[in-house]
Design a protein around this ligand. Sequence first.
Ligand SMILES: C[S@@+](CC[C@H](N)C(=O)[O-])C[C@H]1O[C@@H](n2cnc3c(N)ncnc32)[C@H](O)[C@@H]1O
Length: 182
Amino acid sequence: MLYHLLLILLAIAIVIVYIVIAFIYTDKKKTTIPFLPIPDELLNPIHDELTLYAGATLYDLGCGNAKVLRYCLKQQPTIHAVGVELGHLPFFLGSLWNFLKPLKNLVLLKRNFFDVSIESADRVFIYLLPHVIKKLVPKFRKELKAGTIIVACNYECDGLEKLHISQHAVQDKKFILYVYKI
Ligand SMILES: C[S@@+](CC[C@H](N)C(=O)[O-])C[C@H]1O[C@@H](n2cnc3c(N)ncnc32)[C@H](O)[C@@H]1O
């Protein structure tokens, strides 16, 4: 009896590992940017730099498991938070989290952010790599309204008006938040 139970558990574990590996493999082909959640220590500085206000619409482009949006919503429940994520695994984790602990005003879209209109954004957060940011800057210029604040972690948005930068140490790693205004 115990032997059969162990076999069943082993089979379930193998299937789960297989699915996770398949997710990681297909995500790598899709997005060219790995799913790397922001460290918890940076959530508060990001929230502060975003200068959110009641009713503001915040986008996280490449939101991963949506931890930045969840944190901001907990600090300011009246904002509208929109996460756009293409990767299967991070989107699944974000959706699971939202299923288990739903937050009003959080919308997660399983889309390529280049295909999503961001015209309604008042605030945008990104934690991406330079080759993608370079292509996003023209989209920011085209779609974002004047006054929109963008906070970019670690890599600059060349060509946008920079308000200021702040540096943060997390264990031995240095993180930089770049703040821009359209
Ligand atoms: C470094 S992670 C950051 C996750 C999250 N923003 C955070 O700070 O915790 C970058 C995420 O962007 C996603 N991504 C990259 N390119 C994308 C695209 N074109 N459309 C949607 N998501 C994308 C990746 O799948 C990955 O989960």
